[in-house]
Design a protein around this ligand. Sequence first.
Ligand code: C2E
Ligand code: MG
Ligand code: MG
Length: 656
Amino acid sequence: MSSRSRVQTPSVSAYGRPPRLVLLFVVLTALGVAAAAAVILVVVRQADEAHAERTAADHAHFAATAVLAPNLRTSDLTTVIPAARRAQLDRLLRRRVLLDGIQSATLYGTKGRAVYATAGAKTSRRATAVLMNEALSGVTVSEAARSPDGSRILRTYVPVADPAGTVKGVVRLDQSRTPIAATARNSLLIAGVLEGLLVLLFIALVPVLGRASTRIRAQLEELAYVATHDELTGMPNRYAFRRMADTALRTVDSAALMLVDLDGFSKINSSLGSAAGDRLLIDAGIRLTRELSPDYAVIARLGEDEFGVLCEAADVESAEWVARRIRRALGAPLEIDGVRMAVDVDVGVALYPGHGADLEGLLGHAATALVSAKGEGTSGVQVYDPATHSAHDNHRLTIAADLRDALEMGQLSVHYQPQSDLLTHRIRGVEALVRWEHPQRGLLTAGEFITDVERSGLAQELRRFVVSTAARQWQEWHALGLDLELAVNLSAIDLLDPALPDEIEDATSRHGMPPWNLVLEITERTFVRDERRARQVVDQLGRIGVRFSIDDFGTGYSSLASLRSFPIHQLKLDRSLLADVPGDEAAEAIVGGSVEIAHGLGALVVAEGIEDLAQLQFASAIGCDIAQGYLIGAPAPADELLGLLDTPRLVPLSIA
Ligand code: C2E
Ligand code: MG
Ligand code: MG
């Protein structure tokens, strides 16, 4: 087996490379400017030429009507011109008409028949019929034509009228087009210069655009980096992992997807502070990357203390071998702030393609395997096993789907468990515990589905249901003259929900419940998880006046330091702590110590899971303030509880 896995890691940055937008913009704009310039040149040229032609035609019209016509005789247009008269006309035309580009002249009679032409005039005897007819009807017209020597000319037909306005004939003047073309060329030159300036301006803008482009690219690259990397460790993040792993899976025949979880992270984070927690995570990232080169495996930080690895592994044995290496590497002791410590590492593994053909499937199965890896008596490495795990997977999926229906169809209800005051032996409060009347599985207790609720994303809906149901129930009891403390459990994610304070305020005020009658139970794990964010919600709730209880105390990792800074009203000693009392000296010492701590913090102590009299007596003797458990009363629907709540002295008198 090779010591390195051969999954070729696609580069993270390859996914985020921004396109060269500005380059594209420059090229397209340059092409656009060039096309616009060409169109402008053609249009200007045509307009100028038309204008120059009109001017030339006007000139011909003037020469014919103002200079030639007054010197013509009627006979010049009707009869064949005698030689002497012809010589006269030749002279006249040479001196006064054939100037400024007018090259030749031809006279036509009323029938359009040529009667006279200067030297160089085209010899055809009849002019273009259409133009001649127009000229004979009194309109000056012109056309572009070619002279006998092939040069381009402008030919203008000017009507010649007698003083009464009757057209007697037509003068045709042929002009060289050279001056016309020259005029057009001149304006073309001006247009060209202007366009040149435009292009120069554009070229001058290119460096500016280039700089803007570089800056935009740099910013986009930075954004792409931030989006694909974990800020703390600089490793690819969950998003990048998904993309890279997805791509890598398409190029290998077999692979192993591993979820690596640092077991003692929250303990270190809460006891040594978040700076130490950060150092631990950075160090874990470095060790992981050193152990499995990122050239051969996709490695990322997926969440708080969870890392993801995709590497080649053909079978369960080779996957386990890599997972054990990871455990060894991350589990080796390290020193933080002079404190030597080691974390426990759990690895959940799913194999491709055996356990899933796509990334989603593999991630889900690796997560299931990780849960098993964390269980008691395992080696800390667990490869997904379809035979034992699929039932768990399916159960989780169906429960999430079913729960949606349950909320809509009213299958959920709230049971209440009484809490007895150990001083007065009266019921001082109740804890609301959610129940699910499952159509197939019967009545489910909270413990059977609450973790699935948290995973399914329905925690908020469930909380709203429980809070409003319990507050309404409190109002009913209050109407009967009972003044109870109402405890409601919160999930880990509830305290991260900024909507919670408003929701609690609404529910209490809607049911006329003083907020201090509401006790929110949060577990130790909840409040060490994201202390900073949870803190804001807790402070807001504190301002409203509700109180807090630390549930299941003794099972989590809460440090005394974090307890001190938390506004606690009650500390609930977990059932497991009281299970072995009286009798087990260590358990007794822990319970005794916890009671002292709680009292020192000004909090009341609730003993949970009191099932027999001996436990109750011990709890009472050691200083617990409140007892809760089957001995006092099991959780029950509100109406079944009423008899109990009314009883003045509930606890057996023998210990009172
Ligand atoms: P918890 O808050 O510690 O609630 C006490 C659990 O212990 C309840 O289980 C209760 O039925 C059980 N219990 C009470 N007395 C005794 C006893 O004497 N002996 C034994 N063996 N068990 C006893 P349940 O109802 O299954 O609730 C389990 C956990 O689920 C609760 O632990 C609480 O953390 C959570 N939970 C319950 N209701 C809700 C809810 O509405 N929302 C949220 N987020 N969590 C809830
Ligand atoms: Mg509770
Ligand atoms: Mg509890």
